[in-house]
Design a binder for this molecule. Sequence first.
Ligand SMILES: Cc1cc2nc3c(=O)[nH]c(=O)nc-3n(C[C@H](O)[C@H](O)[C@H](O)COP(=O)(O)OP(=O)(O)OC[C@H]3O[C@@H](n4cnc5c(N)ncnc54)[C@H](O)[C@@H]3O)c2cc1C
Ligand code: FES
Length: 352
Amino acid sequence: MELVRPLLVKREVRAEVTTMRQQTDKSVTLTLRPNKNWQGLRAGQFVNLSVEIEGVRETRPYSPAGSEHAAGHALELTISTHPEGKVSRYLRERARPGMIVGLSEAQGEFVLPAQRAQRVLLISGGSGVTPVMAMLRTLCEEGHAGEIGFLNYARSPELALYDAELNALAEGHKNLHVARGFTRASAGAGSPGDPRLGDSRLKGRFDREHARAVMSEYGEAATFVCGPPALIEAVRAVWREDGLQEPTVETFTPPAPHFNALQFDKEQATGMVSFAASGREAANSGLPLLEQAEDAGLTPEHGCRMGICNTCSCRKRSGTVRNVITGEYSSAGDEQIRICVSVPVGDVALEL
Ligand SMILES: Cc1cc2nc3c(=O)[nH]c(=O)nc-3n(C[C@H](O)[C@H](O)[C@H](O)COP(=O)(O)OP(=O)(O)OC[C@H]3O[C@@H](n4cnc5c(N)ncnc54)[C@H](O)[C@@H]3O)c2cc1C
Ligand code: FES
């Protein structure tokens, strides 16, 4: 039955691609219809999407961009391609209506609070527009009466995602103020914006004036930022200077590894890694435990492979690990660790 109707599986969440479109030369937008096992999501959360590429199951997190109230639980994903990216390029080149993908349940704490704030400020850069777009669409669909500001940054107008949708929403919702920033020097920053919106273009990179352009009382807003680390840091700096509460933030970008961490661990690798549940054992290769588990023939749950999504979280029974991002050691015996960013230092036993 599964071969004929691949969405009819007992427990797994799967979804069928129903439509695809290309907003820019470097992205693809897919609409997915999940099967009956899907439990729904809150605007801003992400799902781990799995596809099989050359016989290997690859999983990556993506944040749906649609409203949390979307009819039939339809999910909209916008995937920006990375030059060397396995999954993003595969989806852009190969995704077609009828294709079946695996999905996890929705996860993540980057969400609108159940009690909506009166003023909401949404700031995004590049592919980070997706979760804040979901928040915006959700608020608009709920008829949110308070003020909403939306600041969106892209390198150039050609790479800007959801431009037409933002214009349409701003036209239909007088409480919504949208502005764009284009960060590539040659992008003509400061030239007139969409005539229907007046001059919605901003000059340069994020600063206090940009926040003021969409919301004069931005300090009173619940603020959500998703984008590259530089954008997040710029917003945090203004919020700190103004004595405001930390904005809620998320990034899709892998954190830079701690100086020489991986090299150090490969050279110094000693001891054995044991996987208790499967009864396997292997000599420590100095790679992150997720890779060592895969090399040992295991298929641990994972998403981002960069220490962000927490999907790979696993119980360590004993031993010391080193976090490749922070460089910190942890030798607490029994603890949950993210195996995609944890390298064993000597003998380590995992519950896998
Ligand atoms: C919570 C969360 C939500 C996400 N939501 C979205 C989304 O809605 N839309 C979207 O397009 N992406 C999103 N991402 C990023 C996405 O999961 C993948 O990282 C991205 O699609 C690249 O995967 P890939 O297989 O093509 O690249 P890979 O084959 O994994 O990597 C290829 C190369 O690109 C680099 N790379 C990988 N990911 C990134 C990245 N995010 N930024 C910069 N360099 C990278 C790697 O270091 C490597 O050199 C999200 C990430 C997280 C953590
Ligand atoms: S796979 Fe996302 S934190 Fe490890």
